[in-house]
Design a protein around this ligand. Structure first.
Ligand SMILES: Cc1cc2nc3c(=O)[nH]c(=O)nc-3n(C[C@H](O)[C@H](O)[C@H](O)COP(=O)(O)O)c2cc1C
Length: 169
């Protein structure tokens, strides 16, 4: 008999304690329409070659776009971009409305004001449970000197470089 996994709530409680940054994952559909969704299941994979991964729920519209996409981009959000994170996670007919977007190489949409723009060529996909791991070869990008948006226990926060003791000791 195979071993049982923990229930979903415990899984969320555990993994929710892993503080992350927040990105907007963007790609273009075959007809050229831009797609974007908020994603924090993002990790650096390899330095040589330079690979990054993002895990996407198979039930999401963006998943189908990525299945046939040759490229995608990650815009790492800045501390003042919580509204952008919320927008790209909600059901909306036009998530890009009112959002400042730049056109990157190969027409990839990039969110203006981000901490980093990471451009990728699709390298591999791995099925994993109810998600697919999309692995991208990082082909280009730009880093900016801005404080990042942080995500922890389903809430947004700020990362203070250099740390220091928490306010409540
Ligand atoms: C902070 C945050 C991080 C998220 N990270 C992911 C993620 O890594 N993978 C994922 O599939 N969904 C993630 N989501 C949920 C998607 O953004 C959300 O389901 C979105 O509506 C999917 O869009 P789509 O259905 O148009 O593809 C995240 C949501 C938030 C608020």
């Amino acid at each position: 008999m195979s071993e049982a996994g923990v229930p979903p709530q415990l899984f969320r409680d555990l993994l929710g304690r892993f503080a992350t940054g927040v990105t907007v994952l963007t790609a273009r559909a075959a007809d050229g329409r831009p797609f974007g969704m908020t994603a924090n299941a993002v990790a650096s994979v390899s330095l040589d070659p330079p690979l990054v991964l993002v895990c996407v729920d198979r039930a999401r519209d963006t998943h189908d776009v990525l299945r046939s996409a040759l490229r995608f981009a990650l815009s790492v959000l800045a501390a003042d971009q919580e509204p952008v994170s919320r927008r790209f996670a909600e059901d909306s007919s036009d998530r890009f409305a009112g959002i400042a977007v730049l056109e990157g190489p190969h027409g990839l949409p990039l969110v203006a004001g981000a901490v980093a723009h990471i451009q990728c060529a699709m390298h591999d996909t791995v099925a994993a449970g109810d998600h697919t791991i999309f692995i991208g070869l990082v082909t280009g990008g730009t880093a900016f000197d801005r404080p990042p948006l942080a995500y922890f226990r389903a809430g947004y926060g700020r990362f203070a470089p250099g740390g220091g003791p928490p306010a409540d000791g």
